[in-house]
Design a protein around this ligand. Structure first.
Ligand SMILES: [Zn+2]
Length: 436
């Protein structure tokens, strides 16, 4: 595919947004002229150590202070964590005060987000937790899908400064928002487009601590999907709604695996056989690594759990309204899942494998109604509640703000362009069908 029209706001726009949000603009800084450089030696020297395998904090500190002092330090450290059970490789920074190299403090990096800071005082050591500072920024991205959604998002130049693992998490967010509307592994088409506004907390090293999609839009085969975050009680327990305030949730997830776990995402070539095989054997096969978590697609009761001929290890769940779902070729079952277990949508029930008649690790998923297989994509049963009536005014205000953010992103929402793409593809196809 040589065509490239991946759009989106570049880093300059994100910078502009950040500047607009700060209270002091560049133009307000008074001109003080050129100053001479001042040389000031650092007041502190640091030595950084890495905890060895099986090594305790006390062992690492042996010889740096008296036994009494070390006991005081470990006692203080114990208020936050066990000095004997620490991750190998934990970074420990010893901070010395110049000029006489007096040990004044020790930082123990417990995780990427928390450091135990130990400070030496006149009566011994004290400690406190220091959180790694983060800043919040808003990411605007858009793009056109040239092969599969995965490549379109991971390869988006706007996200170039983002670690790959964070871009993967971004896809997880998109998948979780659209998991009831669009099966990214089966329904995405070349020429589909997306836009999203993502708010994230970023660490000093550029990695993401947490994030949330504020608004997302997907044009899939000419159909426009929106998901707008709304949190009525401001307690983080919000949800996603379409433009009319209807919940995006449905009674069934379209797919029992997270999109990013599906192997076929990597190539378009493996994507189409999945579609074709549905007609051949009345189920959907998802290639995934052995051990990948398999989720119940809807609330229900387990009616089969065990060996079932060519299906191998399989689970069947009965749902309201005569629906049954079947999950086959599992390597193993989730502990506690037996006949009679009540499950909720999204609960893990087992793990991908190749038991029974299977040539490779994959999940065979079937949906039945009144004993007949149906295509999971054909079921559209609303499940979530709409925006509560009493929150309607606030919803409208927030929806409009989030939509205007989304609409500020160029390159998205091109229903008209999508049609053009389809026509181009049709011409290409026609050209390829010519008899010579
Ligand atoms: Zn199958």
């Amino acid at each position: 595919m040589s065509r490239s029209r991946t759009g989106g706001l570049g880093p300059s726009v994100a910078v502009a947004a950040a500047i607009a949000a700060s209270s002091c603009g560049v133009g307000e800084v008074p001109d003080v002229g050129l100053l001479d450089a001042v040389y000031a030696p650092p007041a502190e020297t640091v030595r950084i150590y890495s905890l060895g395998n099986g090594q305790t904090l006390g062992e690492l500190l042996d010889g740096t202070m008296s036994a009494n002092e070390q006991a005081s330090l470990l006692l203080s450290f114990r208020e936050h964590a066990s000095p004997r059970r620490m991750r190998p490789g934990t970074e420990i920074t010893l901070r010395y005060l110049r000029p006489d190299e007096w040990l004044r403090g020790i930082d123990v990096a417990m995780s990427r987000d928390e450091t135990v800071r130990l400070t030496r005082g006149p009566i011994g050591w004290s400690s406190r937790i220091v959180s790694t500072p983060v800043f919040v920024d808003t990411l605007f991205a858009s793009g056109e899908i040239e092969s599969v959604l995965w490549n379109a998002v991971v390869g988006n130049p706007v996200l170039g400064g983002m670690p790959v693992s964070d871009r993967n998490r971004l896809i997880d967010h998109l998948d979780r928002v659209f998991q009831w509307q669009v099966d990214f592994s089966r329904q995405i088409r070349v020429g589909d487009t997306y836009r999203f506004v993502f708010e994230r907390e970023v660490r000093p090293d550029g990695s993401m601590r947490a994030g949330r999609l504020l608004a997302a839009e997907l044009v899939n085969s000419g159909t426009l999907y929106h998901a707008i975050w709304f949190d009525p009680n401001d307690d983080g327990e919000g949800s996603y709604f379409d433009l009319d305030g209807e919940s995006v949730r449905r009674a069934f997830l379209l797919r029992p695996l997270a999109y990013r776990r599906i192997s076929s995402r990597f190539t378009a070539a493996r994507f189409h056989p999945v579609l074709n095989r549905w007609r051949a054997h009345r189920g959907v096969d998802y290639a995934a690594d052995r051990g990948t978590e398999v989720m119940a697609t809807s609330d229900g009761v387990v009616i089969h759990r065990g060996w079932d001929g060519s299906f191998g290890n399989s689970v069947e769940i009965r749902h309201p309204n005569g629906f049954v779902t079947r999950y086959a070729h599992l390597s193993s079952f989730r502990r506690g899942v037996v006949v009679g277990t009540r499950v909720k949508q999204g609960d893990i029930i087992g793990y991908v494998g190749m038991t029974g008649l299977a040539s490779g690790n994959h999940l065979h998923y079937e949906m039945l109604r009144a004993g007949r297989q149906i295509d999971p994509l054909s079921v559209d049963l609303p499940a979530g509640d709409p925006v509560p009536a009493e929150d309607r005014m606030r919803w409208l205000t927030e929806r409009n703000v989030r939509m205007s953010l989304l609409e500020s992103i160029p390159g998205g929402g091109p229903v008209r362009e999508a049609v053009v793409e389809v026509q181009e593809d049709a011409q290409n196809a026609a050209a390829q069908r010519s008899p010579w």
